[in-house]
Design a protein around this ligand. Structure first.
Ligand SMILES: *[C@@H]1O[C@H](CO)[C@@H](O)[C@H](O)[C@H]1NC(C)=O
Ligand SMILES: *[C@@H]1O[C@H](CO)[C@@H](O)[C@H](O)[C@H]1NC(C)=O
Length: 510
């Protein structure tokens, strides 16, 4: 999973908001105050001025990110290049060597590159060299708590509640035949499981509360705009929306904490663990919001896409179903038992090892849908060497997923969803070091991989056991191929074209 951010990433809004244009004029007044330092001699080539405007910087970073990167790479002798976003100096990297430095260099900070959702969320400072991590210990605190909460025994313990959650949400779908938008229905299931695992039981167990909370998260996600990077000091409408939604989330969790304190009520959940550890309220809320956000944004989208890819291909659909049926039958051969009970019979070991096809399906869904750039910052006092160039101290560093995940020299027909590319005899993802980075890589692997895989396998396995389904548009026209991702997007996003799952209950006795 990718760490959530408010500042640098995640905008859904392709163009600068109106307010940004409105302030553009006045911004020019600031021009002289915002003059940029001379370009460091050994840093990669600076993009020409039409790509890298005064004051604003690289507008195409927001409007057409992949095209922007590809042009930058093409016009640079080394494939690395520099540009500005407002007052932030950024190095864009590409190629095998740079990728390894990006993932492995110990002088690059991830929290300083990304920003945390709450607590004033590091507004990346203008003055170069200044420490942007407003909470220096937060990342390690976050990692410690996540690692505890996502321990295997907890996952195992939660499998049964997860199955009940999934079944209950699927029960709410129109029962006979129908179509569902997985980016709503499956998305909500992921939110529920994530809330159950790293959030609060009160919310996970109450659909009304659950949906309300999801709305707040979505508001925050959608109201993060490029403006907040270029003019971090500017109060925009989006900024207010985000602040209000953030405030409501804060009060929601604070209310739950207060209630438990006053009534002495306890729950068996992450919130209780954090309270028991004596964490202060701000850390608790920051933790939960950050963890849920990271899980939701990525897994919610991936899980939905995985089902739509499987439903678009009869070939893979049949194979996945055979794999799932095989495991379910192995642990619960009696097909007359309720499905919930049959799934509860599958141990965690089986979820982790007996679904290789699901794993390949997920891998290729992630490869196609992991959009945008990753971030780091050189937090060392010195420059970091990369080939014959350097990344100056304090610079931000970006690497675009497509540089590796859509590289035709690594992945044949890179825009095609094809799980067989990971079969041991092809193993395209092992052609070069770090050429599949969907679960993070190097110094920053995703902390939630095990949980994310488990929940996605559960959802897909239950869905394909419970229903006959295929993938279609909103008029019911079958998709042989899921519409391609918008590679210029900034992060995992719901698709723009309508994509539905058309399902009917499966006759298990057949
Ligand atoms: C669920 O939450 C809603 C809104 O917070 C509340 O009105 C309702 O009573 C709750 N339902 C249950 C079963 O606790
Ligand atoms: C899905 O995609 C994200 C990025 O969008 C990736 O980092 C993450 O590992 C995947 N999450 C899953 C499969 O839960």
């Amino acid at each position: 999973m990718v760490f959530p951010t408010t500042d640098i990433q995640l905008s859904r809004i392709p163009l600068l908001s109106l307010s940004a244009y409105a302030t553009l004029a006045s911004a020019f007044i600031f021009f002289f105050f915002f003059r940029r330092p001379a370009h460091p001699l050994k840093a990669p080539k600076l993009l020409p001025i039409f790509e890298n405007l005064p004051v604003l910087g690289a507008v195409r970073f927001f409007t057409a990110r992949l095209d922007f990167f590809r042009d930058g790479i093409r016009n640079s002798p080394t494939g690395n290049f520099c540009f500005w976003l407002g007052q932030h100096f950024i190095v864009g990297l590409s190629g095998d060597e740079s990728r390894q430095v990006f993932f492995q260099n110990t002088k690059f900070g991830i929290a300083e590159g990304y920003a945390v959702l709450f607590g004033g969320g590091p507004r990346v400072k203008n003055d170069e060299g200044a420490d942007v991590a407003q909470e220096p210990g937060f990342l390690s605190y976050f990692a410690r708590r996540v690692n505890h909460l996502l321990r295997r025994e907890y996952l195992a313990k939660n499998i049964s509640p997860f199955i009940h959650d999934i079944q209950a949400r699927l029960d709410e779908l129109p029962s006979q035949t129908g179509m569902t938008d997985p980016f709503n229905s499956i998305y909500l299931i992921v939110f529920q499981l994530t809330m159950r695992m790293v959030g609060s039981a009160e919310i996970a167990s109450n659909t009304t509360k659950l949906k309300k909370t999801l709305k707040l998260f979505e508001t925050i996600e959608q109201s993060t705009t490029p403006t907040s990077i270029i003019f971090p000091w500017m109060p925009t409408l989006a900024f207010f929306k985000r602040t209000i939604a953030g405030g409501r989330l804060f009060h929601l969790f604070k209310g739950l904490m207060d209630d438990r304190k006053i009534t002495g009520r306890r729950e068996d959940d992450a919130l209780q663990y954090l309270i028991d550890m004596g964490d202060d309220i701000k850390s608790v809320i920051q933790f939960i919001v950050g963890a849920v956000f990271a899980g939701q944004l990525n897994t919610g989208i991936n899980a939905s896409f995985m089902l739509t890819y499987i439903g678009s291909s009869r070939y893979w659909y049949d194979r996945v179903r055979a794999e799932v049926d095989g495991v379910v039958d192995k642990y619960a051969p009696d097909r007359s038992l309720p499905l919930t009970q049959r799934f509860e019979a599958i141990p965690i070991e089986a979820w982790e090892t007996e679904f290789p096809l699901l794993d390949y399906c997920l891998r290729d869904s992630i490869r196609l849908q992991l959009l945008g750039t990753m971030y780091r910052r050189n937090i060392d006092d010195g420059d970091v060497k990369i080939g014959n160039e350097v990344i100056p101290s304090g610079a931000f560093i970006t690497y675009h997923f497509s540089d590796v995940h859509q590289d035709p020299e690594i992945y044949s027909e890179p825009l095609k969803w094809d799980p067989s590319r990971y079969f041991p005899d092809r193993a395209e993802d092992k052609k070069k070091p770090l050429c599949w980075v969907g679960w993070g890589a190097g110094r920053h692997p995703c902390l939630g991989t095990r949980f994310a895989k488990l929940e996605q396998f559960l959802i897909v396995a239950i869905f394909i056991t419970r229903y006959d389904f295929d993938t279609c548009d909103d008029k019911g026209v079958h998709y042989d191929e899921v519409p391609p991702p918008d590679l210029n997007a900034h992060a995992a996003t719901k698709p723009k074209q309508p994509i539905r799952l058309r399902y009917k209950p499966r006759d298990l006795k057949a």
